[in-house]
Design a protein around this ligand. Structure first.
Ligand code: AMP
Ligand code: TRP
Length: 326
């Protein structure tokens, strides 16, 4: 069995991009692998957070994990800050990461652009992410395309340390989907769908009601040429909607295009509204019950214990190989 690890930040507005790029894979992988899914709260404090809201968002993401179909009997679900090994290993990896490679990370450049000074945590973000992954001897990391550079850095650090010390870490592979790995914003298909965009119609949140789903899709930016065709470069809006349709319906993009031959954008969007409503309804229905249940916190506690036991073994090996601690 392979070990799978991934994480989502508890920053609210979990959207269709998170689902199609990441969460859907999490569910599919849990039958044949040993999966560990984390709510990465330490990553979320690299930007300002309201403490009360953050606590609530942690439980929201935990409840969403379970609502989309992650089964705590099969997978470990836990909160990052509940296992101290993440912060501990992060420091050790920091000592083998270079400032040059960290300053080349596009996420850091995007998030710090135009600011006179950025928190050091934002700069170290990818090292903490590497610690998350390496702490569990992870083989596979299912994520969206935007995390490719971070996974590459994690591999580089692991290989570097394995060469310098005794072989200490498993070198992980990223798992990116062919379709769904980069869902674009509905109002501007040149940008990726994001949790933080101001326009709520740029995204579909997983808990959006039917009316909101309809409004956001019917308003989605397309183009004036009127033909339903997959061509991300020249028709980014239509191509993004086709991708969403394809992944949600399980049909290939070619089949979707063929089934709408001769139709207009309006008809296509109406069908997409129906398919999206159908996909999100069960998630929304599961969510409220799970979010309110006492069991949720018990699941997170149990998850932290199981994750903690694995982490402890890794930390012992790391300290031995580095000659630190006693
Ligand atoms: P985050 O919201 O940054 O914590 O991301 C959680 C997961 O969703 C990561 O695996 C991301 O790569 C993935 N993700 C975020 N935005 C998108 C998007 N627009 N399309 C596909 N995957 C995404
Ligand atoms: N950086 C990831 C994101 O924003 C979240 C994350 C943190 C993660 N640690 C991870 C993803 C470890 C995979 C593995 O999407």
């Amino acid at each position: 069995m392979k070990r799978v690890f991934s994480g989502v930040q508890p920053t609210g507005n979990i959207h269709l991009g998170n689902y199609l790029g990441a969460l859907k894979q999490f569910v599919e992988l849990q039958d044949d692998n040993e999966c560990i899914y984390c709510i990465v709260d330490l990553h979320s404090i690299t930007v300002p957070q309201d403490p009360k809201e953050l606590r609530s968002h942690i439980l929201d993401v935990a409840a969403l994990y379970l609502s989309v179909g992650i089964d705590p009997k099969k997978s470990i679900v836990f909160v990052q800050s509940d296992v101290s090994g993440h912060s501990e290993l992060s420091w050790i990896l920091t000592c083998s990461a270079y400032t040059g490679e960290l300053s080349r990370m596009t996420q850091f450049k995007d998030k710090s652009r135009g600011k006179e000074s950025a928190p050091a945590g934002l700069f170290m973000y990818p090292v903490l992410m590497a610690a998350d992954i390496l702490l569990y001897d992870t083989d596979i990391v299912p994520v969206g395309n935007d995390q490719k550079q971070h996974i590459e850095l994690c591999r580089d650090i692991a290989i570097r340390i394995n060469n310098k010390y005794k072989k200490t870490f498993v070198v992980p592979d990223g798992r990116f989907l062919k379709e769904g790995a980069r869902i674009m914003a509905l109002d501007d298909p040149t940008k990726k769908m994001s949790k933080s965009a101001e326009n709520i119609h740029s995204r579909i949140s997983l808990l959006d009601e039917d009316g909101k789903i309809k409004k956001s899709i019917m308003r989605a930016t397309t183009d004036s040429d009127g033909e339903i065709r997959f061509d991300p470069e020249n028709k980014p809006g239509v191509s993004n909607l086709l991708t969403i349709y394809s992944v949600l319906s399980g049909k290939s993009i070619d089949d979707v295009v063929a089934s709408f031959a001769g139709s207009g954008y309006g008809d296509f969007k109406k069908e997409l509204v129906e398919i999206t409503k159908e996909a999100l309804l069960p998630i929304r229905q599961n969510f409220s019950e799970i979010r309110e249940s006492d069991e949720l916190k018990a699941i997170l506690r149990d998850g932290a214990e199981r994750a903690g036991a694995i982490a402890e073994k890794t930390m012992k090996r790391v300290k031995d190989n580095f000659g630190i601690g006693f």
